[in-house]
Write a protein that binds this ligand. Structure first.
Ligand SMILES: Nc1nc2c(ncn2[C@@H]2O[C@H](COP(=O)(O)OP(=O)(O)OP(=O)(O)O)[C@@H](O)[C@H]2O)c(=O)[nH]1
Ligand SMILES: [Mg+2]
Length: 458
């Protein structure tokens, strides 16, 4: 572990602003305990042991009481940030919490920036960078699966893989550089086959980690699911049925929905971001026309497209072509063709298209089946359980991809009989790319963009 650096103290409210039983204010850094001590009336905190709790009062300079609190002492390096830290639990009112924080700040403590505590934890080697990112993911998680994925990363599962990969590349680099040392003496490169095997195995392992990204992204961010179809097809009704509330307006008038409507829906731990759209048709109405444009845009950004066709209307040539067109355009997006209003289905409906499913939202027919199929289709039947490691961040994916490219270049160089110094450059580049994931290699720009995603107080 790197050496702990105690930076000047910072403080922030660590709990959401609002009324609650208690709120927590966190102070971390050099002399954090001394600073709190100067406005704390109770036990002398400067002689308190680490990991102990103390009852007392926070008082202003004129000794007026701000609140009765509990102060928890964590002495570095055994704290979240690695620095000396005090966590104050006060009464959870907005003003009371704010007053306690202000009193602390008056002792010469600076207000913390978003994510600054976690950034300090990273800089002090308490967390790898991917683990720090997992903390933010955990906080932002909107589904149980997203929580599971963040926890895997927080436990260091991704970091372990990356460290193994890096060690293998370091071993390979050592082999190559050893050869470089002997080049003058014309030593035959004895380990060429062994090296080639090592490198190609590595690219395969990196590849299988990369394969988890599509699922990982959907688990973390949710599945953007767009309902499209003609006016009156029952899109808004289906959205309302799934979320279990009257989120969207439903009427028998074609063209009811004008703008896209979003609703979050959790199903078996997976978040679906449902998007209801304006029914597709040529229209003179400027507002509706803008709505149709937005439907198209939503379609283009979808992870799952559900085209709804009203079974109580015959399928005409135009709509058949429209469906085919959407299917064609959605080659890389899972697509479901769902017949609606099964309770009203006209027998003579001529079907020259294949429906994945027919439902009735009104009669609750096949709705459970639809839910299952939506999940299967969204994840493209890729099964994974809560213990699977998923790559969920595009930053990690990019680094893995680049690293794999460098390794492939190294393999080509090896096959082409290029000298060791060429190989060595590629291997070092691959190593650096992997190092950016865990934060062994990093720069301020990357750190700023990562930690700005955090809330204040974390
Ligand atoms: N019988 C029957 N009627 C349905 C069903 N689903 C929707 N409807 C009716 O169909 C009409 C249109 O439903 P909406 O959900 O507003 O249709 P939409 O696709 O959102 O329509 P636009 O917003 O105009 O594009 C309403 O009168 C609904 O009550 C169903 O399963 N069975
Ligand atoms: Mg609608």
């Amino acid at each position: 572990m790197s050496e702990i650096i105690q930076k000047p103290p910072i403080a922030a409210i660590a709990t959401p602003i609002g009324e609650g039983g208690i709120a927590v204010i966190r102070i971390s850094g050099k002399e954090a305990i001394q600073k709190v001590k100067s406005c704390f009336r109770g036990k002398d905190l400067s002689v308190a042991d680490s990991h102990t709790v103390h009852f007392g009062k926070i008082v202003r300079n004129d000794e007026r009481v701000v609140d009765e609190v509990l102060a928890i002492i964590f002495k570095g390096p055994k704290s979240y940030t690695g620095e000396d830290t005090v966590e104050i639990s006060c009464h959870g009112g907005v003003l009371v919490t704010q007053s306690v924080l202000e009193t602390i700040l008056q002792q010469g403590v600076r207000a913390a920036e978003p994510g600054e505590f976690t950034q300090r934890a990273f800089l002090n080697g308490k967390l790898d960078l991917d683990q720090a990112e997992a903390v933010a993911d955990l906080i932002h998680a909107k589904s149980i699966k997203a929580v599971d994925a963040a926890n895997q990363q927080l436990e260091g599962k991704l970091g372990e893989h990356i460290k193994t990969f890096r060690q293998q590349i370091i071993d390979a680099t050592a082999m190559v550089e050893l050869e470089l040392d002997f080049i003058e003496e014309d030593v035959e490169f004895a380990n060429k086959e062994q090296l080639r095997k090592l490198l190609s195995e590595l690219t395969i392992e990196i590849g299988s980690l990369l394969d988890t990204y599509e699922t990982g992204r959907l688990v973390k961010d949710g599945v953007k699911t767009v309902f499209i179809g003609r006016p009156n097809a029952g899109k808004s009704t289906l959205l309302n049925t799934l979320v279990g509330s009257d989120r969207a307006i439903v009427t028998e008038i074609a063209g009811t929905t004008r703008d896209t409507i979003d609703a979050d829906w959790n199903y078996e731990g997976l978040l679906f971001k449902l998007i209801d759209t304006a029914g597709l048709r040529e229209t003179e109405d400027r507002i509706e026309a803008e709505g149709v444009k937005r439907s198209q845009k939503a379609f283009e950004q979808a992870d799952l497209v559900v085209y709804l066709k009203d079974l109580s209307n015959p399928l005409d040539q135009d709509e058949r072509e429209e469906i085919a067109e959407f299917q064609k355009r959605a080659t890389r997006t899972p697509f479901l063709l769902v017949g609606t209003k099964l309770d009203l289905q006209v027998d003579e409906i001529e079907e020259r298209v294949h429906f994945d499913l027919k439902i009735s939202a009104l009669e609750d027919e096949n709705i459970d089946l639809l839910k299952k199929v939506m999940k299967q289709r969204a994840l493209e039947n890729k099964d994974y359980d809560t213990s699977s490691l998923l790559v969920t961040s595009s930053r990690h994916r990019d680094a893995l991809q680049k690293s794999r490219t460098y390794l492939n270049q190294a393999i080509t160089a090896l096959d082409d009989g290029l000298t060791g110094d060429f190989l060595s450059i590629d291997l070092r580049s691959a190593l650096n790319e992997l190092g950016t994931i865990t934060g062994e290699i990093t720069n301020e720009h990357v750190l700023d963009s990562i930690f700005s995603r955090f809330c204040i107080g974390k």
